[in-house]
Design a protein around this ligand. Structure first.
Ligand code: ZN
Length: 679
């Protein structure tokens, strides 16, 4: 069976003495880990970790440890009782002697998993407090029979007193209902359950920080970013997160690992980045933080990169306090090479495009994007994680020094592959042939299509002189997206894609074509309410393309909608002709764009992109509902193990993927948990 790795990459790395790659391939990797409440837990691969040098692997190892040490900080930031509640639940879970198959114990297990997923008692996405499905009586008896030494008791507290203290927090829906309250008209600080402020009102907070800010400062620090604001003896004080300050125990360990990482840095620039971050963790001075951010954004050469610290401010209703997060990653050389190949050949693609010559650009410049591989997710990037990152957040640093924007390809791969195993593809794809192609090529062709769309599609073609760029008005956006999508679709089916090594063979593009048409004609309708039209530009463009080629290819039966046992399926009979139709539509769409033909854009969009086939819509919603898919997804991390010889010298770093969701969290709570119950 053909593997998804690029043949030319493997050969190149082997030739220059790279380690043998025994990493799991897409096909034999088990992406699905766990499922509970409204969540599905996935696993991600770290392709090419084995290809890194020993020094790079060692550095990643130290950074991953620093990433895990911050876990408890986030729990405490999310709500002040989170650590106590999590520790109580974990003690009960591990030591319960009653019936572990009972409904109540199962409900407690689900609740504990929800707490791990939310880094506390609130949902990671809705931010609302979970409702437990076990009874307070069960909780009381389960805690009572747990060895008191394992419980997070206060001084001189009994187990019964602990339960009396935290049961209302768990069970009373009116207490701390929302982690971050954004509803205008209320005191957002007093009504938010998070732990960034205590004993202060919104007006006091706003006044406190307004006094600090200088309107003439062109390079202001990020006020309030790394502290909790409290009232002590009637005075407002910032309790700064730093070594010797708040969260000291965890930050000391983080600094320890960062020091080890600095010692094996790839180059001086990277070492300076790490040293600045250490300095910031020590002094807590926001000026040091800005110096760090500037060094970080300028380090573009190193292969390894990372985030570790107080970064995003979504958790604070006033957008000042940052939650702790970490993402350890390294440049995906294969994928970055792919975007480089595309960018280097931008002119060839433009010259060979099917569009009319007067609409082509004489000189076209491709954009190269950085693609990364996540090696570890921590804090607010775990278990739920972003698929792309753009930092730093400071506006003046972005203005003066730029920002780093990356896409995390191994995370999107996990999402794609898990969808293939969820029953979704099995339900909607016509036969095993389409399913096999999707499994074999789907992730690669999805990524390639995105690259062609972003790196070339939007930048190709030109307007005729005198044409108003806004001539297409409201139809401009779906037309532009269709243009970029069609550019990508057309070239994926070109032999040039195989010649350049972007695709492994002449079969691969068929996976992309089939999925595109299936999505555009049917499955994207799962996101539309019954009776509604399509409004969103990307969804409009996809239906436009799919229904246009369906219509135009009807006589030749290029694409058909076939019924089997009363269910509708997309069938593509002729992929070559389908490519020809994509080319034809690209030609027409480019003409509309280049000449600013508003009437044609309107007719095209209104005819093909807006209205929904009611019969198919009802059927699709019905079939989708039966699949019972989880709306939210989280991840488990791989496990890294340092291998040393008898003198303590590091000889290797091993990566393994066999830890499940429960074991991972129980282990993290033992190995990376040094903060007190209350901070
Ligand atoms: Zn686009």
């Amino acid at each position: 069976m053909k593997k998804l790795t690029f043949a030319f990459m493997t050969t190149a790395l082997m030739a220059c003495g790279g380690a043998k790659d025994n990493a799991p391939t897409i096909e034999d990797f088990n992406y699905q880990v766990d499922k509970f409440a409204d969540v599905e837990i996935l696993r991600y691969r770290v392709p090419d970790f084995e290809q890194l040098t020993l020094k790079q692997k060692e550095m990643i190892y130290y950074l991953t440890q620093a990433a895990l040490e911050g876990r408890d900080i986030l729990y405490d930031q999310n709500h002040k009782n989170n650590l106590t509640i999590r520790r109580t639940l974990e003690a009960v879970y591990e030591n319960y002697k009653g019936d572990r198959n009972s409904e109540e114990f199962a409900a407690l297990t689900t609740y504990l998993k929800q707490v791990w997923m939310g880094n506390g008692i609130h949902h990671h996405y809705s931010e609302e407090k979970f409702t437990p499905a076990f009874s307070k009586a069960f909780f009381e008896s389960a805690v009572a029979q747990t060895d008191a030494r394992l419980l997070p008791l206060l001084e001189n507290e009994t187990a019964a007193q602990l339960v009396a203290r935290i049961a209302p927090v768990i069970f009373d829906p009116t207490l701390y209902p929302k982690r971050t309250n954004q509803e205008p008209g209320m005191d957002l600080i007093l009504t938010s359950a998070n732990n960034y402020y205590e004993g202060v009102t919104q007006a006091e907070v706003e006044n406190f920080y307004a006094k600090m800010k200088d309107p003439n400062d062109n390079t202001p620090v990020s006020y309030g970013l790394n502290s909790k604001l409290v009232k002590e003896n009637g005075q407002l004080v910032e309790k700064t997160y730093k070594v010797g300050g708040m969260y000291s125990a965890a930050l000391e360990r983080i600094v320890g690992w960062l020091e080890k990482a600095a010692a094996v840095a790839e180059n001086d620039k990277q070492r300076e980045v790490i040293e600045k971050l250490i300095a910031f963790n020590r002094d807590g001075d926001l000026k040091t933080f800005d110096e760090y951010a500037i060094k970080w954004v300028q380090d573009v050469e190193s292969q390894i990169d990372f985030i570790n610290g107080f970064t995003e401010t979504y958790g604070d209703p006033l957008g000042m306090k940052a939650s702790w997060e970490s993402l350890i990653n390294f440049k995906n050389i294969e994928a970055t090479k792919r975007t480089q190949i595309i960018s280097d050949n931008a002119q060839w693609f433009e010259d060979h495009s099917p569009i009319s010559p007067e609409f082509k650009k004489e000189k076209v410049k491709g954009v190269s994007a950085k693609v990364i591989t996540a090696a570890m997710l921590g804090g607010d990037c775990y278990p739920s994680t972003p698929i792309g990152v753009n930092l730093p957040n400071s506006n003046w640093i972005r203005r003066d020094y730029g920002s780093k924007s990356v896409t995390i390809e191994n995370i999107t791969e996990a999402y794609d592959q898990a969808s293939l195993g969820s029953g979704f593809a099995e339900e909607f794809m016509w036969s095993q042939v389409e399913l096999d192609r999707a499994k074999q090529y789907g992730s690669l062709t999805n990524n390639l299509h995105t690259d062609l769309h972003e790196c070339l599609g939007h930048g190709s073609g030109k307007l005729l002189p005198g044409v108003d760029p806004d001539a297409l008005r409201a139809y401009g956006s779906p037309v532009e997206e269709a243009r970029a999508d069609l550019f990508g679709l057309y070239y994926m089916g070109d032999e040039k894609a195989v010649e350049l090594g972007l695709l492994p063979d002449a079969e691969a593009y068929k996976a992309a074509y089939y999925q595109y048409i299936m999505n555009g004609l049917m499955t994207q309708l799962t996101r539309i309410q019954p009776g509604k039209n399509i409004e969103q530009a990307h969804m409009r463009n996809r239906q436009l393309i799919a229904s246009w080629v369906y219509e135009k290819g009807k006589a030749d039966k290029v694409v058909e909608l076939k019924k089997r046992d009363g269910e509708t399926f997309v069938v593509v009979n002729d992929y070559e002709k389908l490519r020809g139709l994509f080319g034809e539509l690209l030609t027409e769409i480019q003409r509309i764009k280049s000449t600013g033909d508003y009437e044609a854009a309107k007719t095209m969009v209104e005819t093909y992109a807006v209205k929904v086939n009611q019969e198919i819509h009802t059927e699709v919603l019905d079939r989708y509902k039966k699949l019972n898919l989880a709306p939210y997804r989280g991840f488990v991390n791989p496990v890294y193990t340092l291998v040393t010889d008898k003198n303590g010298k590091v000889t290797d770093v091993k990566i393994s993927y066999d830890e499940n969701f429960v074991d991972q969290h129980l282990r993290y709570s033992k190995e990376y948990s040094v903060l007190p119950n209350y901070n």
